[in-house]
Design a protein around this ligand. Structure first.
Ligand code: ATP
Ligand code: MG
Ligand code: MG
Length: 350
């Protein structure tokens, strides 16, 4: 059978490995960190650094296709991998999504709405950006931010100096604060031959920058739902994309505003494991393996709740709920803010 190479051994790599195994594939994980969650379920793990050229070459040589669970893969490693095997989703999706400035420019050039944004390199450019965009605003690092890390909110010019100091010299962008009513996301997939399948948009609630719950169906009119799916398809086609993509959106009276995209399976798509015949993980494996895609139809209403840090204490109680499916990541150590698992509760109507 074919071997799928996955860069990254966290919970997303773990759930991709489970889905791949179900389809008869073997998985080989590349992960620098010790004791990766995906290591418990994958066939093989290479524990090495991304700048270890020999390890990268050996990994590539042992797999048929390379995919990934995170977007911040060093360019040098990608160059080396690509010499041996196809990388899916492709390099362009990574190049765009590794940098918020490149990403927002790409989205705007596609005709999609984003928050107003400007590049910030120093106090002068930050002052000019604040002047043009207005307060409140958010200063974000262009690269490597996740779970709201590397972000700083500004209520006015008086916050500029401190916010810039928080960036510690990292390249940043200033974004205007979007006055949204709620947040939704679309998880969409595109196959090797260009066919597209979208899951129903989910409604997302964040606390302290971290996703807490995703609820399907989201509160959207049918026009908004169609819009969300069409804009996801526009992004997939523009990138000649292969695999699953997450698109985070703000819902406003002026339409849907794209917050960010993630070129991978997405936390807000975990509900599909219990709400769809083919979930986002199987869908991604199908796409990167060149298989036909699942349809994406939803057969239940679902609330996905992330289990973060001490939320793990609720597992015994959640395990007693007959309509709740638990997905635990096997992480040895509980830490505040650490994603330990999630619970998918099926909501029955009437
Ligand atoms: P993720 O873990 O989703 O990758 P991230 O660190 O990349 O998170 P963002 O998604 O940019 O961060 O922001 C996290 C959350 O902060 C958003 O989901 C939203 O709730 C809020 N937020 C971000 N940007 C804006 C904005 N321009 N206006 C209003 N709220 C925002
Ligand atoms: Mg992000
Ligand atoms: Mg986000």
């Amino acid at each position: 059978g074919a071997v799928i190479g996955i860069l990254g051994g966290g919970q997303l790599g773990r759930m991709l490995s489970v889905a791949a195994a179900r389809l008869g594939f073997r998985c080989h994980i590349f992960e620098p960190g010790e004791n990766p969650p995906a290591g418990h379920v994958a066939d093989r793990v290479t524990q090495a650094a991304y700048d270890d050229a020999d390890a990268i070459a050996a990994f590539a040589g042992s797999v048929d296709v390379v995919t990934y669970e995170f977007e911040n893969i060093p360019t040098s490693a990608l160059d080396a991998l690509e010499r041996h095997r196809p990388i899916r989703p492709g390099r362009e999706a990574l190049r765009i999504s590794q940098d918020r400035l490149t990403e927002k420019t790409f989205l705007r050039d596609l005709g999609l709405q984003t928050a107003p944004f400007a590049n910030v390199t120093d106090l002068v450019s930050l002052t000019m950006a604040l002047d043009a965009i207005g307060a409140p605003a958010i200063l974000k690092t262009r690269r490597f931010g996740y779970d709201g890390k590397g972000q700083s909110r500004l209520t006015g010019m008086q916050d500029a100096e401190n916010a810039l100091a928080d960036m510690a010299g990292a390249p940043a962008i200033l974004e205007g604060f979007v006055d949204f009513s709620h947040e939704v996301s679309v998880i969409a997939a595109r196959g090797l031959t260009g066919e597209i399948a979208c899951f129903d948009p989910g409604e997302n609630v964040h606390r302290e920058g971290i996703l807490r719950t995703t609820t399907v169906p989201a509160r959207l009119t049918s026009a908004q739902r169609t819009d969300a799916i069409l804009l996801a398809a526009t992004i997939l086609n523009a990138l000649d994309y292969i695999g699953v993509l997450g698109v985070e959106l703000f819902v406003t009276p002026g339409g849907l505003i794209v917050n960010e995209i993630a070129p991978r399976v997405h936390n807000s798509g975990h509900w599909t494991q219990n709400g769809c015949t083919v979930d986002q993980f199987e869908q991604h494996i199908r796409a990167v393996a060149g298989w036909p895609l699942g349809g994406g139809q939803r057969h239940a209403d679902v609330v996905m709740e992330n289990l973060i840090g001490e939320d793990m204490n609720r597992v015994p109680d959640l395990a007693r709920q007959p309509d709740t499916a638990l997905h635990l990541y096997g992480k040895a150590e509980v830490k505040p803010g650490r994603k330990m698992g999630h619970a998918n509760r099926i909501v029955r109507k009437g």
